[in-house]
Design a protein around this ligand. Structure first.
Ligand SMILES: O=C(O)CCC(=O)C(=O)O
Ligand SMILES: [Fe+2]
Length: 435
């Protein structure tokens, strides 16, 4: 890591009192989710939860709304096996791929996977950028060796899917840079409702490389911003320098290991987060798909999948557009090319920047007394893009949710009211109702 996170201000005011739901909801969110899951087995838990919040917890209204939209198309589950194609196959008529790149919206197709290999195509068609041959070959090998030695101790995460406890289909480990941060992670920070006990101290190469990643990611953020209207950052995106201070390392041992569709948790990263993701060892496909609020015939193609090829020693930057509006996954691979050093394994390092003002001592707590999780409404058109704090327990093993939620207040730079320099709420309600 480049430098320790800033010291937390102990004098900051507590978070504003949060809106709470009534007891009826407290007792029954899990039950309602289970009912909805049985009525709409093709919908993911995230989607059901978004809808449940949007319709004030009224199961009947949710099920009517879900039944009136097409089903399988917007779930990401039970997808038809993707028709595989290269970028040029998406060109219309005799047009070359380079002509089509000026109209990226028309490129994805429902039920197909668009495969991207070149940095220019990734830049044009996804919220990511990629740098091939990021480290020198020697440095990449040294880091790979270091991580392979660590990977033997990696564990599978456990999470709750309704009434089942599911193990993640790959192993991982979490690293911070100092002993103090290790203690803090073990006692204060919550992931899926519990503290992580297996927190490592960042090993030397991983730390050294984070300095290089920091420089590159900041340059990429600036470059990417030039694509925006008036070359401005996004609303809620932090204007501060991106300083990686925590690292998640994933190991995929063989083509069967994967990670399912998800957006990364924003609780400690804040809105419009940027993540640097380094790939080492076996090349795999990183899939992304846009979250389309209401899927109808005219918008169905927008949510087609895109596969970004991630070779050994490539740095993928997930930009500020990514987590709120797209989902990503590592799909199982039918076959892989073994890597001379890693064999059948792919190591992935995500460098992330935790914000001191989102330390769990400072964020709202739910009625269970546990730091709330930060979520962004992704599906419901009328409140899409709005942030809320909610009870962690809906995402945790064997825990009952208290159904707490409160709209999150952030200024235009993504700072909450208790952060230094807060400029006033820019996350204003679109409607005066529940999410
Ligand atoms: O392995 C990868 O490239 C992605 C990992 C990922 O999405 C995550 O750790 O959140
Ligand atoms: Fe992720």
């Amino acid at each position: 890591m480049t430098e320790p996170p800033q010291k937390r201000r102990k004098t900051s005011p507590p978070p504003a009192p949060a809106q709470q739901t009534d007891d009826e909801e407290v007792q029954s969110t899990d039950f309602k989710l289970a009912v909805l899951a049985s009525l709409h087995p093709d919908r993911s838990q995230d989607v059901l939860l978004d809808y449940l919040l949007a319709y004030d917890g009224v199961v009947g209204d949710v099920t009517n709304a879900l039944s009136s939209t097409s089903t399988q198309a917007n779930t990401g589950q039970k997808r038809a096996i993707g028709y595989q194609s290269s970028l040029s196959a998406f060109a219309i008529g005799n047009k070359a791929a380079s002509d089509v790149a000026t109209a990226p919206k028309s490129l994805t197709k429902k039920g197909r996977t668009l495969h991207l290999y070149s940095p220019d195509d990734v830049e044009a068609h996804t919220p990511c950028s990629i740098i091939h041959n990021f480290l020198s070959p020697e440095d990449a090998d040294v880091l790979l060796q270091e991580l392979l030695a660590e990977a033997g101790t990696f564990r599978r995460d456990e999470f709750q899917m309704f009434d089942r406890t599911v193990q993640s289909p790959h192993t991982s480990k979490f690293y911070v840079d100092t002993w103090e941060e290790q203690q803090d992670q073990k006692t204060e920070y919550m992931y899926n409702g519990g503290a992580v006990q297996d927190v490592g101290k960042t090993p030397p190469e991983l730390l050294r490389v984070s300095h290089i990643v920091r420089k590159t990611v900041n340059a990429e953020i600036q470059r990417r911003m030039e694509r925006h209207v008036d070359s401005k950052k996004l609303k809620f995106q932090s204007p501060d320098e991106w300083k990686p201070n925590v690292t998640f390392v994933n190991c995929y041992a063989g083509g069967n290991e994967s990670v399912g569709w998800h957006s990364d948790h924003l609780t400690y990263l804040g809105p419009r987060a940027v993540i640097g993701s380094l790939s080492l060892g076996v090349a795999r496909e990183f899939r992304v798909r846009k979250i389309v609020p209401q899927v109808d015939d005219s918008s169905a193609d927008e949510q087609g999948q895109i596969a970004i090829h991630l070779p050994h020693n490539s740095l993928l930057v997930m930009h500020a557009e990514m987590q709120e509006e797209w989902k990503h996954s590592i799909a199982p691979a039918k076959s892989i090319d073994p890597h001379p050093v890693a064999g059948n394994r792919r190591l992935n390092v995500t460098y992330r920047c935790y914000r001191d003002y989102l330390h769990p001592h400072r964020t709202p707590r739910c009625k269970c007394g546990v730091p709330a999780v930060l979520r962004c409404v992704q599906k419901r058109a009328v409140t899409r893009g709005r942030y809320m704090w909610m009870c962690h327990a809906g995402f945790s093993v064997g825990q009952k949710s208290c159904a707490y939620y409160a709209w999150a207040d952030f200024d235009e730079d993504g700072r909450p009211p208790w952060a230094e320099g807060y400029k006033g709420n820019a996350n204003l309600p679109a409607v005066e109702t529940a999410p």
